[in-house]
Design a binder for this molecule. Structure first.
Ligand code: SAM
Length: 198
C-alpha cells in the first residue's frame, strides 16, 4: 500500500481541536442514526474512531475501516479500553481492493477530501451498501482559501449531489451544519452532511 501520512500522526492524532470537532460531528450524526439499532455501520476512513466509537450504542455493529494500520491500532486500544463489544477494525483501502462486505450504513467523516478519485470511492461504497442502505458523508464545503496538492479543497453541494446520483443513489439530502474558525488547514470553514439512500 502507498505511503500514508496518517501512519506517522496516529499516536498524536487526537488533539483537543480534533476532539472538539469530532464532538460537533457526533452530535449531528447521532440524530441521523435514530432507529438504527438493528443496522450494521461501516465507518470508512475511521481513523482513531473519534466519531464512530461515540455512536456504537446506536447501531448493531460497527466496522472501522482504514488504510492506516497505526490509526487502527489506536482505535483498537480504545475499543478494548472502553469495552465496546460491537466494534471491530479492518485494514483496507477500497480504492485498491474490492471486498465482499455488506453494510446497512456507510459513514465517512473527513475522508473524501483525502481520496483523489471521488467518483471511484463513491461507487465502491455504493456497491457495499445493502438495498435501501444509507451513505452518510461529513466533509468540508468548498473553500477557495485552501490549496494543497493532495487534498480536495472541499466540495460544492451541487457537484457532489450530481456524482452521488450518477453512481446510483436514489435520494440525496445535503446541508451545511457547522461553521468553525481555523478548522480546515487553519482556515475558517464550514462542514456539510450528505445523506444518500441506495
Ligand atoms: C482526517 S482523518 C479522519 C478520521 C475520522 N474519520 C474522523 O473523523 O476523526 C482521515 C482518515 O482517512 C484515512 N484514509 C485516507 N485515505 C483512505 C483510503 N483511500 N482508504 C481508507 N482510509 C483512508 C486516513 O488513514 C485517516 O485515518
Amino acid at each position: 500500500m502507498e505511503h500514508n501520512v496518517f501512519e506517522e500522526m496516529a499516536k498524536r492524532y487526537d488533539t483537543e481541536e480534533r476532539m472538539e470537532l469530532a464532538k460537533v460531528i457526533v452530535k449531528e450524526v447521532r440524530t441521523e442514526l435514530q432507529n438504527s439499532h438493528s443496522k450494521s455501520l461501516l465507518d470508512y476512513g475511521s481513523g482513531t474512531g473519534l466519531v464512530s466509537l461515540e455512536m456504537a450504542d446506536l447501531v448493531d455493529s460497527v466496522l472501522l475501516v482504514d488504510s492506516s494500520k497505526e490509526m487502527l491500532e489506536v482505535a483498537k486500544a480504545k475499543i478494548s479500553h472502553k469495552a465496546i463489544t460491537n466494534a471491530k477494525v479492518l485494514y483496507s483501502d477500497f480504492t485498491q481492493e474490492t471486498h465482499e462486505l455488506k453494510a446497512d450504513i456507510v459513514f465517512m467523516s473527513l475522508v473524501l477530501l483525502h481520496i483523489p478519485d471521488t467518483k471511484k470511492i463513491l461507487q465502491e461504497l455504493f456497491n457495499i451498501l445493502n438495498q435501501d442502505g444509507k451513505l452518510i458523508i461529513v466533509d468540508f464545503d468548498k473553500n477557495d482559501h485552501i490549496h494543497h496538492p493532495k487534498v480536495h479543497n472541499g466540495f460544492l453541494h451541487e457537484e457532489l449531489k450530481e456524482m452521488l446520483h450518477e453512481v446510483g443513489f436514489k435520494s440525496v439530502d445535503m446541508k451545511t451544519f457547522h461553521h468553525g474558525q481555523r478548522i480546515f488547514m487553519n482556515q475558517d470553514a464550514s462542514m456539510f452532511l450528505a445523506s444518500s439512500v441506495k
